[in-house]
Design a protein around this ligand. Structure first.
Ligand code: URA
Ligand code: URA
Length: 250
């Protein structure tokens, strides 16, 4: 009898791809014809595995649930799987136009199983409201689905292990806009080492989405002076979407 483990792993991988609506796999880099970049966007050479589904699955909620179930059993990062209370998959509208990507769950998120529910999350919620949205309208996830011990920065291997799940969520939701909050999200999604300060106020493309990068809400908690540039970035996003921020009572 052959060992069962490799087969199970392969089936799980296929299940998670299927859940993500993946119907074809991008050929190795260099063998494909690259799509022309969107005007005034900085094109980003996608890493080998984002597999861009031609169409989202009919039932996005079901596809997300199926992928979340696969993620909940993930042990690719031995240390994270051992130390997490639970995985933190993502939350929000499966039909969201806008996807937010943060870094990784912290202690509060690890406890509650939802991204951005701690202090940074409360600030993020205020930014969402200032833009005229409700939290439930958008989709929020992270580069990692497990809390790194002591909230250390995600390791490159961890981000790589979790990438298939992030790309799965992007494939299912097919957001028109992605906001990367902080340098971890921006650098990992776009495969660059450019600083967040140099990436903000510019448009990138990833999968079918236009991508904007800005400072992380945790950074704003430590550096309130950065709130103005983040608001400028949100205004750029709203303008691109043909929206205006609401006048809020002060
Ligand atoms: N910081 C993040 O980047 N993500 C969370 O979910 C919480 C805090
Ligand atoms: N450095 C980061 O990693 N993120 C920020 O948002 C700002 C500085």
């Amino acid at each position: 009898m052959p060992p069962r483990q490799p087969r199970r792993a392969a089936v799980q991988t296929l299940e998670s791809w299927q859940a993500a609506g993946v119907s074809h796999i991008r050929p190795k880099r260099g063998t494909e014809k690259s799509a022309p970049p969107a005007a005034e966007s900085t094109p980003v050479a996608a890493p080998p595995l984002p597999v861009v589904a031609p169409a989202p699955p009919a039932d996005r909620q079901a596809a997300l649930c199926q992928l979340a179930e696969v993620v909940s059993r993930c042990t690719r990062c031995t240390e994270l799987a051992r130390t997490r209370k639970q995985t933190v998959f993502g939350v929000g509208n499966p039909h969201a136009k806008v996807m937010f990507i943060g870094e990784a769950p912290g202690a509060d998120e690890d406890k509650q199983g939802e991204p951005f529910v701690g202090r940074a999350g409360q600030l993020l919620n205020r930014i969402i409201v200032a833009c005229g949205w409700q939290r439930e309208e958008i989709y929020i996830c992270n580069i990692l689905r497990c809390r790194p011990p002591e909230n250390r920065t995600p390791l490159p291997d961890e981000a790589a292990n979790c990438r298939e799940y992030l790309d799965g969520q992007i494939n299912i939701i097919q957001p028109e806009y992605i906001v990367c909050w902080g340098s971890c999200a921006a650098q990992n999604l776009l495969g660059t080492t450019e600083s967040i300060g140099k990436m903000r106020q510019r448009w990138f493309t990833y999968a079918n989405a236009r991508v904007l990068c800005t400072y992380h809400p945790s950074y704003l908690l430590r550096n309130p002076d950065a709130k103005k540039p983040v608001w400028d970035d949100m205004l750029l996003l709203l303008k691109e979407m043909g929206l205006k921020p609401p006048k809020l009572a002060t």
